[in-house]
Design a protein around this ligand. Structure first.
Ligand code: PEP
Length: 240
């Protein structure tokens, strides 16, 4: 069975004082049967690692393909791992858009994550224009082929389906839309790899999504910033 995973993505939000939210999540999910990850800004990972967490795992949000070098402003997978991360997001649509990252770039970042011993949370997703043109499955299949390297296993990779039009917009994909995509992804990645849905997941829509056969959890942006919003999502996953 794929692992159930609730992953939060804080994006470019949070100061050290906000790490109390991670501790609150950690306390509240004790005994729940699923993996919980918070992907923090790089500046917070070392501080979070010093906190007495028992259950919440820490991730980064991006890594450069190289282990070190002349890349001002970038962070390597090795740096994230040393700071205390066990996971890193690769291929988030905001990075594809803001930094023009291609599938080849994301493949190299995912390989870098593995080199440093991190599990990659690889994001793929179609734009509204691509969906309306009936190209969703073709686009996602090509992104996955182009960005998931050879050697992917259920231990070193998690795939997150994040329709671009549903991220941060309050528009969640319908259960039928999610099921169609996740069934196709399952056929592509095999029976054991965790498949997450991401895009405006909230406490009030999580259970319906987690009830779908090939949805093993969620990647959550806005609703992961506060324990009061995120914990009910983790609880819904544990119950599913
Ligand atoms: C995300 O950042 O990956 C995301 C899904 O954001 P939100 O939950 O805010 O739509």
């Amino acid at each position: 069975m794929p692992k159930k995973i609730a992953a939060g993505n804080w994006k470019m939000n949070g100061l050290v004082s906000d790490l109390t939210e991670v501790l609150e999540i950690d306390g509240a999910i004790d005994g729940l049967d699923c993996t919980t990850i918070i992907c923090l800004p790089a500046t917070l990972i070392y501080a979070a690692d010093g906190d007495p967490r028992k259950r919440v795992e820490i991730g980064g949000q991006h890594c450069h393909p190289s282990p070190s070098g002349a890349h001002t402003g970038d962070v390597s997978a090795e740096m994230l791992a040393e700071a205390g991360a066990a996971y890193v997001i690769t291929g988030h649509s905001e990075r594809r858009a803001d930094h023009r990252e291609t599938d080849a770039d994301i493949r190299a970042q995912t390989e870098a994550a593995w080199r440093a011993g991190l599990t990659a949370i690889l994001c793929i997703g179609e734009t509204l224009e691509q969906r309306e043109a009936g190209r969703t499955l073709d686009v996602l299949g090509a992104q996955l082929n182009g960005s998931l390297p050879e050697g992917a296993t259920p231990e070193n990779a998690i795939v997150a389906y994040e329709p671009v039009w549903a991220i941060g917009t309050g528009k969640v994909a319908s259960p039928d839309q999610v099921a169609e995509v996740h069934d196709a992804l399952r056929a592509q990645v095999g029976p054991e790899m965790s498949l997450l849905y991401g895009g405006s997941v909230r406490a009030n829509n999580a259970a319906e999504l987690f009830a779908l056969a090939n949805v093993d959890g969620a990647l959550v942006g806005g609703a992961s910033l506060k324990a009061a919003d995120f914990v009910p999502i983790v609880e819904a996953l544990a119950r599913s």
